[in-house]
Every structure is written in structure tokens, then in C-alpha cells.
Design a protein around this ligand. Structure first.
Ligand SMILES: Cc1cc2nc3c(=O)[nH]c(=O)nc-3n(C[C@H](O)[C@H](O)[C@H](O)COP(=O)(O)OP(=O)(O)OC[C@H]3O[C@@H](n4cnc5c(N)ncnc54)[C@H](O)[C@@H]3O)c2cc1C
Length: 451
């Protein structure tokens, strides 16, 4: 019997990176099995628009127009407003997208439905028979990177042509890759924890102060509060327009996950803050608590066998609640699918996985660094730097500029940086690699890292 010509990918993790990879690999004509530890789906948009998901995404999101900035600590007579920053329409149009503020579970549901949907018509004669299967309650507890197989807690074993670890910053595949390199598998705590809670609209609108968040333009803005080693964000998300409320605090007494209710709750960890933050904390129900961590970097995202790749947060963990973490996870998926649209040859897998790393790594590490800088700037301790930051922002506001505008000298550099982040298309990048390198190489010479 002849071998099924499609490649079989096993993906560990059914979150943003795993589901986006599955959609793109299916579109490229391959079969995908996703193994997800949790019993159900947990609790950037131009690429998703290209995948035909624009209508569904917009129906489940609030379109963000920018953010307003306040001092976390407030002032004697109430809130201390610093200024406003609006997203540049020119930049958004270049990026062919919008800032969509949505709930994690809605995004995952939309991605999962798209991954499992039967194609309405064969595309390129390929997708008609390609398939994605998701197994929930399937925790991977062992893996053989040479055989490209994984073992579940239940004892079941699955084998594929390639294995993708999309299992997050503390996932099993990432840990194994770190072990392979002889690196520590733990992390260094950053000394800040993020408490996260949802305030239903039905409760929020009954509070005189909190209900002001529903008035335009604040309705489409993130309310952003900067404090000394602290911070807070509040914004409307999803079609329900519930309030997502995040508090950054130096409280390091507990660490948890996005789905486990923390023992301490937000009012316990607030410190001195303005009246709106206090009101939001009082209305917030059970919160989760996740510590910010400095993770050890993986030297290579590809295993020595050449058959296993980490992507999403498993490859490049971002600070908790980074602005770009979802869009980068989705870009990873789009890139891996696009390059694998060019091969069904198992012998070329190591070359393609290494191409993913070589092309995606510089961008992901750059964005990780700038995300961490945002956290550091937001939570500057009292002192000359914090005073300078506040004075510059207030001066911009007084001059009618965006608070994040910087001096003329730096403006061009900042624009270049923003263009690099927003004006990027992973499909174009993948095509460039294919035209410049992939199509020229012979499979036997291609296994760069396969020792
Ligand atoms: C349940 C959940 C809720 C979240 N909510 C938010 C939020 O509200 N706001 C926010 O900014 N970020 C949230 N995040 C983080 C956010 O998803 C990531 O920062 C980002 O999108 C990158 O995702 P990822 O797909 O690379 O990894 P993750 O989102 O971390 O997903 C990893 C997936 O792998 C699964 N997994 C881990 N180990 C195994 C194993 N051994 N076997 C099988 N499966 C495994 C996990 O259950 C998870 O589904 C949440 C993450 C999760 C898991």
C-alpha cells in the first residue's frame, strides 16, 4: 500500500499558536492531530481576516482606538490624568487590521471552529482530504524526539512525521528542548504579578464611576495606569462588552495559571491607588494570578533530531499580557503553514523547521524585548526617570500630541520600529524564504542541525 502523501503533524497545545498552526497546515494540505491537556478550550487580525474570519472576529470584539494614561496612585482629589495615545490610522491601514479587544475563549473558539471546519471546496486540489483532529484531556508526559512520538498520561502513544510544541512557556516540549541543551528548565521571577478579572457589563454599568468607561471615546480606549512598581489596565472586550481588569503588583506570594482562581484577590494587593481602580477592584469577581518571569532562552527551537519544533510561547515566552503575544502566535502558525505548502517530503522536515526558526527568531526576540521595556517603563519606581517620563507625556498632551510621541530625532526610528511590528506579512516572509532558498536546496544536503 502506498504511503499517504500528506505529512502528519502532531501539535501539543490547542491555544492560539497550536490552533493557528493547525489551520495553516491543513490549508497547506497536511493532516494535523492536536493534543491538548485541558478538557476543553481555555476558559491580530490581518492574517485571520485572510483566513475568512473577519466577520466572526469583529462580531466578538470591541475595536480599540488607543489608550488613556493615568497615574496609578491618583491625586488628592481623584484620578490623575496624564494624556491620550491614539493608534495611527495610517499604520493600521498599512497593517490591514484593527486592534480587536476580545476574550481569550472567543478567539480560541473561532480558531478551533476554523481548524475543524470541512473545506467547502477543494483548494489547489489539496485541502479536500486534509484533516485536523483535536483530542482534549490529552496531556503529553513523554516524548521521543528521534521517533517523533509522544506519550499521553493515559499511556497512549502517537507518532507523526513532525512534532510541534505549542504548549506554552511552561510546556513539556519546551522543557525537553531546554534539557537537550543542558539549560535550566525553570525561570527567574521578575518580581511582578498580574492579577486578572472580568467585570460583567451588567454589574459595571450600575456603578456611577465605572459606567463612565462605556462613554465614547473611553469605550474604545484602554485605561492605562502607571505606578511605582505597579500598574493597571481596564478595557471593554468581546461582544458582551465586559470589562477586562488587570493589576500588576509587586506581590509575589502566589503564582497560578490563567484558569485557577487565586487565593488572594485584587483588593488585597492594590496598595495606594486612585478611586476608579478601587471601584474596579471592588466589583471584580474571582481573579487569577500569574507571576511575570524571565525565562531562559532556547538556543535552538528545533530538536537535535530535526523533527521537533517549538513555536508560540513555547519558543519565545513574552511577558504576561503582552500587546503582541496573540498576533505573534498566529504569525508563527501562518509562517509554518505557508512554508510547508511547498513540500510533502518527510526528508525535508529538518530543513523547513530550521527555516522557521531562522526567519521568525529575530522578529520574535525583538518584540519580546520591546514588550519587556513597556512593562519596565510603565512600572518605573519613583525617581528622576519616572519624573522625566511623566513630564514628557504631560508635555505631549498639552501640545495636542500622542503621549507616546518622542522627540524629532527619535521619531523616525520609532516609526521604523512600528512599521517593523505592524507592517509585516508572514506569508510574504515565508514566500521570500522559499524563492531564495527552499526551492533551490536538495533534500539530502538540507539537514543543518540533524547530527
Ligand atoms: C487557558 C488560558 C487562558 C489565557 N488567558 C489569557 C488572557 O486572558 N490574557 C492574556 O493576555 N493571555 C492569556 N493566556 C496566555 C496566551 O494564550 C498566550 O500568552 C499567547 O496567546 C500565546 O499562546 P500559545 O498558544 O503559544 O501558548 P498558551 O496560550 O500558553 O497555550 C499552551 C497550550 O498548551 C497546553 N499544554 C501545556 N502543556 C501541555 C501538555 N503537556 N500536553 C498537552 N497540552 C499541553 C495548555 O493547556 C495550553 O492550552 C491564556 C493562556 C491559557 C492557556
Amino acid at each position: 500500500m502506498s504511503r499517504d502523501p500528506r505529512l502528519k503533524f502532531i501539535i501539543v497545545g490547542a491555544s492560539a499558536a497550536g490552533l493557528a498552526s493547525a489551520i495553516a497546515l491543513k490549508a497547506a494540505g497536511h493532516n494535523v492531530l492536536i493534543l491538548e491537556r485541558d478538557p476543553q478550550l481555555g476558559g491580530p487580525d490581518d492574517i485571520l481576516f485572510d483566513w475568512g474570519l473577519e466577520g466572526e472576529l469583529r462580531a466578538n470584539a470591541v475595536v480599540g482606538e488607543g489608550f488613556t494614561v493615568y497615574k496609578y496612585e491618583g491625586k488628592a482629589d481623584g484620578r490623575d490624568y496624564i494624556g491620550t495615545n491614539r493608534w495611527d490610522p495610517e499604520l493600521l491601514s498599512e497593517a490591514r487590521g484593527d486592534f480587536l479587544q476580545m476574550r481569550h475563549r472567543d478567539l480560541l473558539r473561532i480558531l478551533s471552529n476554523a481548524a475543524l471546519r470541512e473545506p467547502s471546496a477543494p483548494q489547489n486540489g489539496r485541502t479536500a482530504t486534509s484533516k485536523v483532529t483535536i483530542r482534549f484531556g490529552a496531556e503529553v508526559v513523554d516524548a521521543d524526539f528521534d521517533a517523533c512520538s509522544v506519550t499521553l498520561r493515559s499511556g497512549e502513544v502517537f507518532q507523526g512525521d513532525a512534532l510541534i510544541g505549542a504548549d506554552g512557556a511552561t510546556g513539556f516540549i519546551r522543557r525537553r528542548l531546554l534539557e537537550e541543551e543542558g539549560r535550566p528548565t525553570d525561570y527567574v521571577p521578575k518580581g511582578l504579578a498580574v492579577y486578572s478579572a472580568i467585570i460583567p457589563k451588567s454589574i459595571a454599568v450600575k456603578d456611577r464611576e465605572v459606567s463612565k468607561l462605556y462613554q465614547y471615546p473611553q469605550k474604545n480606549m484602554v485605561s492605562f495606569s502607571m505606578g511605582a512598581n505597579r500598574g493597571a489596565q481596564a478595557f471593554l472586550a468581546g461582544k458582551e462588552e465586559d470589562i477586562v481588569f488587570w493589576v500588576y503588583t509587586p506581590d509575589t506570594s502566589q503564582d497560578g495559571t490563567w484558569i485557577k482562581t487565586a487565593e488572594k484577590q485584587i483588593p488585597d494587593v492594590l496598595g495606594q491607588c486612585d478611586p476608579l481602580i478601587k471601584r474596579l477592584a471592588a466589583l471584580a469577581g474571582p481573579a487569577t494570578c500569574v507571576q511575570m518571569k524571565n525565562h531562559y532562552e532556547l538556543e535552538s527551537w528545533v530538536s537535535q533530531s530535526g523533527k521537533v519544533l517549538a513555536l508560540g510561547e513555547a519558543a519565545h515566552p513574552f511577558p504576561v499580557i503582552s500587546l503582541h503575544t496573540y498576533s505573534i502566535a498566529i504569525e508563527d502558525g501562518a509562517f509554518i503553514g505557508k512554508i510547508f505548502s511547498h513540500t510533502r517530503d518527510p526528508a525535508r522536515i529538518p530543513e523547513f523547521l530550521n527555516a522557521f526558526e531562522e526567519n521568525r527568531k529575530p522578529r520574535c526576540l525583538h518584540i519580546d524585548k520591546s514588550e519587556m521595556q513597556h512593562v519596565d517603563i510603565m512600572a518605573l519606581p519613583f525617581g528622576p526617570m519616572q519624573a522625566g517620563r511623566d513630564a514628557a507625556m504631560r508635555a505631549n498632551e498639552a501640545a495636542g500630541r500622542n503621549v507616546m510621541d518622542v522627540g524629532e530625532v527619535h521619531l523616525q526610528a520609532m516609526w521604523d520600529d512600528m512599521r517593523m511590528v505592524f507592517g509585516y506579512d508572514p506569508a510574504d516572509d515565508a514566500d521570500d524564504w522559499w524563492m531564495s532558498w527552499g526551492r533551490l536546496r536538495d533534500a539530502p544536503n538540507a539537514q543543518k542541525r540533524a547530527h
